[in-house]
Design a protein around this ligand. Structure first.
Ligand code: F6R
Length: 247
């Protein structure tokens, strides 16, 4: 299903409250809440609302376990552009999560250790019973996570090559495209698919044409987000400009 909200703020608060309700219902049964998280501009207001709920309304994250979708490769965790830095600044440094419960793909591994790391990432998620909710943004290539065009629907966590358009879109953060890593470690489409609930968010007119393809286009590896059409557990949460090309 597709839900269109008046603006990204209202939509983000709605998504944050769904996450908070999940966390609280898991707390009531002494169970962990297992969250799949995204970086980028899109989820920032979701994270700020979660921080507000923690600071002002006592929402605790002690029972929360997180898995981020992706990280650039190579990437040092303390670099300004790392997704570790992003998550700390936008969420983890402001809530009471146990940092041992935070998982982000490791951009510092030697190449030969990446396959085992990726299998272990999948196993950790599986051993916890899977992701309760996966939050997604969408790239202009149609990527979810860093599953670029050509990704297989059953793909798992792995090292991938970033699309040129993705690197151009990241150029501003890195001070030029040539400084954007050419690779990343990402959860796969198959990994994302196993989540019990998938929420893809998109804001602004810039995302309208890729949202039209993702929601209404032919299902194809050329636009990886189209695979979400095959899931019964996905919801597209859009603002009006991002939804404006939908029929
Ligand atoms: C980020 C991620 C990417 C972004 C996408 C949109 O962890 O996996 O798929 O969600 O590139 O980025 P923004 O939100 O910056 O437009």
């Amino acid at each position: 299903p597709v839900s269109v909200f008046e603006n990204p703020k209202i939509a983000s608060i709605n998504v944050a409250h769904r996450i908070a309700n999940l966390i609280k219902s898991k707390q009531a049964s002494n169970a962990p809440a297992v969250l799949g998280l995204a970086t980028g501009v899109t989820p920032i207001a979701v994270y700020s609302e979660l921080v507000r709920l923690h600071k002002e309304e006592g929402l605790s994250f002690r029972n929360v376990i997180t898995f981020n979708l992706d990280e650039y490769y190579p990437m040092q965790p303390n670099a300004a552009q790392s997704y570790v830095t992003f998550m700390n600044e936008n969420l983890f440094d402001h809530i009471d999560i146990d940092k041992n419960n935070v998982h982000i793909p490791d951009g510092t591994l030697p190449l030969e250790e990446i396959p085992a790391f990726c299998l272990d990432y999948e196993k950790k998620i599986g051993d916890l019973g899977g992701l309760d909710i996966q939050i997604l943004g969408i790239g202009r290539t149609g990527h979810i996570g860093f599953n670029e065009p050509g990704s297989a629907p059953n793909s798992g966590t792995r090292l991938v090559t970033l699309d040129d358009l993705t690197r151009r879109d990241a150029a501003r953060d890195f001070g030029g495209k040539s400084f954007v890593p050419t690779k990343a470690i990402t959860m796969g489409i198959g990994t994302i698919f196993k989540a019990r609930e998938i929420i893809l968010m998109a804001w602004s007119r810039k995302k309208a044409s890729i949202i039209k393809k993702a929601v209404e286009g032919e299902i194809s590896g050329d636009v990886p987000a189209t695979f979400l059409q095959l899931s019964d557990n996905v919801e597209f949460i859009l603002d009006e400009p991002a939804a404006s090309d939908l029929t």
